[in-house]
Design a protein around this ligand. Sequence first.
Ligand SMILES: [Zn+2]
Ligand SMILES: [Zn+2]
Length: 424
Amino acid sequence: MSITGIKGMNDILPEEIATWQFLEETARKIFATYGCQEIRVPVVEKTELFCRSIGETTDIVEKEMYTFNDKSDHSLTLRPEGTAPVMRSFIQHKLYNLDQVSKLYYMGPMFRYERPQKGRYRQFHQIGAEIIGIDDPRMDAQVLAMLSHYFEAVGLDDVSLQINSLGCPECRPAYRQTLIDFLQERMDQLCPDCQRRCSSNPLRVLDCKSKSCKEATVDAPSVLDHLCPSCDEHFATVQQRLNQLGTSYTINNRMVRGLDYYTKTTFEMVTNNLGAQNAVAAGGRYDGLVEELGGPALPGIGFAMGVERLVLLLQDKKIETPPPALFLATLGEEAELFAFKILNQLQREGIYAEMDFSGKSLKAQLRRADKLNCRYTIMIGENELATGSAQLKHMVDGEQQTIQLDGLLDGLRALLDDSAATSL
Ligand SMILES: [Zn+2]
Ligand SMILES: [Zn+2]
């Protein structure tokens, strides 16, 4: 019996890789123009890192972590998200000593022990960014502008930005209590999950998907009516700057995010194209997190995008790996020797070319060129070597042209560069 992969952990096969690479490369390009640098952290961390940063009473820590003991009986966890490991690394390597503001981004697999279902996997991928060291609302606007820029650049215009403020340690406790009082009067209408959350994580009740919870909380007090003057002003400036840039958004005062560490600005990129309304990116400000994890009291803001969801949204856009520019079909040993050299020279110049190494007939070689979608095919045999010229066939329109073998490389280079330029 052959061995299969683990349920909920997917292979990303060559046929779909072009979309993945496109999403990753676009992120690298765009994030760099906002001054972000990549950081790579391990996929495994000490379990306590996530308990302390994400919060003991969150769904992730309560139910979804991939936690195990290693052979030395240390409790380790496969990272369920990227922010905590990045913060851990930021603090451990004292990156705050290098620059007043650290702008970091990451991409890679995350792990949650959930029941696998469509769109939810045990290994999934995120691209995220963290900006640490500045609490100015203009930075919030920059981060949101960068996120919008990214979605535009990858061609997802059906996505909308929602923003909210969750207040700060000054104003949130009072709001939390107001909300608990409100919820306690409606306890019997809440789903079992929310009844349990009511005292531990009451804000989560506001984004519960259950119908009865939605109805029970229609008139729930809004966090935005309970912000302290400083949070209020912060949120106003974020909006003012987004308006200035023409970045569209809506305010959603029920967006609470699942993690304990968020403060002030929180946001989601939401789409209707994944069945129910779904977030494809989410994040917020976390001004207490660095200190909570043992670092200096530095503010931060960040987000993460779900790559599997982005790939799903880009399905119809048909992003594909480019086919070979040229197939060298040969007949006879001498022609093969000649072509093998040319093949290598083209490849060294960054031109994707192919030839056959399995002794196929000329006809079978051409069939293969067709199957690979090669842009051009050149046929070289004894005759061609003798006359010093060969036929170059454009595979789409079938047009043929004669090309000199002497200086063939230059001829091909000019032609392929040219056709690459016109096909763009
Ligand atoms: Zn506040
Ligand atoms: Zn509920």
